[in-house]
Design a protein around this ligand. Structure first.
Ligand SMILES: Nc1ncnc2c1ncn2[C@@H]1O[C@H](COP(=O)(O)OP(=O)(O)OP(=O)(O)O)[C@@H](O)[C@H]1O
Length: 252
């Protein structure tokens, strides 16, 4: 297992301050804060319905927050115009629950897709074949270019989805439940892969998970989202030693 890093002195790449979001009387986020540092694996845990998805949706612009600020690489995204936002978005990779591959496309075509969409990030003479080969090699699936998604196992699909995210060389990767629906051994492989990728690409990762084993292995820092706020922040060791019943409930 790789050594845990000590991160918090690094530059902040993503910061949320005092984020609030209600739906009528349902006050989901009541002043949530977080800081993601360069090279850090930050795990956010919260019970079902605690507002993790709402937070991520505010972060990626699918929901408008009631108040608060969200900064990506020091740019407040609530104040950017569409063009600036698109450029910034190319620096963020998403790996969402079930990250669907396009079933009618080969693995290679699935990987080429984001390259076409974010052309501005790639100079014209970048060799697409080389980028596809490199991304696949980095997820340990070098010889799958011509396969269809239906020919892949669940774990392989997850790897290909990660390769598709990596091909744009994002600075930040958001993982939403990266191990859900996988058997424990495959889940472990994906966690190892997330760590390898981070070392190779120097990315910072925000990981939403219910999987306490995943958190134990990968988290440099953890945030427990309880009652709509960053109720507890610390390393796995620190939080798992807490006497607070609300915190202890996560480590049973
Ligand atoms: N678009 C919406 N309109 C109204 N209420 C919403 C909307 N989206 C989320 N909510 C409410 O916000 C709360 C938090 O939901 P959210 O999906 O963020 O939880 P979660 O922590 O992601 O849960 P899970 O772990 O089960 O995915 C819930 O009470 C939900 O009903």
């Amino acid at each position: 297992m790789m050594d845990k890093k000590n991160i918090p002195n690094q530059e902040i790449v993503l910061e949320i301050k005092d984020l609030r979001k209600s739906f009528g009387d349902n006050h989901v986020l009541n002043g949530f804060n977080m800081q993601l540092h360069q090279g850090e694996n930050l795990v956010i845990m919260g019970k079902s319905g605690s507002g993790k998805s709402v937070m991520i949706k505010c972060l990626v612009g699918l929901l408008e927050a009631d108040s608060g600020s969200i900064s990506v690489m020091k740019n407040d995204i609530t104040k950017l115009d569409q063009e600036a936002l698109d450029i910034l978005r190319a620096d963020i990779g998403f790996l969402f629950q079930g990250s669907a591959l396009y079933d009618s496309m080969t693995v290679r075509e699935n990987l080429e897709f984001p390259l076409r969409r974010h052309k501005q990030k790639n100079s014209l003479d970048t060799d697409i074949n080389e980028l596809v080969a490199e991304a696949l090699e980095n997820v340990g699936l070098a010889n799958t270019q011509d396969l269809m998604p239906s020919e892949l196992s669940g774990g392989m699909k997850r790897r290909i989805a990660l390769a598709r995210t990596l091909i744009l060389k994002p600075k930040i990767i958001l993982y939403d439940e990266p191990t859900s629906g996988l058997d424990p051994i495959t889940a472990k492989e994906i966690i190892m892969l997330m760590q390898e990728v981070q070392q190779k690409y120097g990315t910072s990762s925000l990981i939403i998970t219910h999987d306490i084993d995943c958190a134990r292995v990968i988290a440099d820092q953890m945030i427990l989202l309880i009652d709509g706020i960053d109720y507890a922040v610390g390393t796995f060791q620190e939080l798992s030693a807490s006497k607070d019943p609300k915190i202890k409930a996560f480590f049973k």
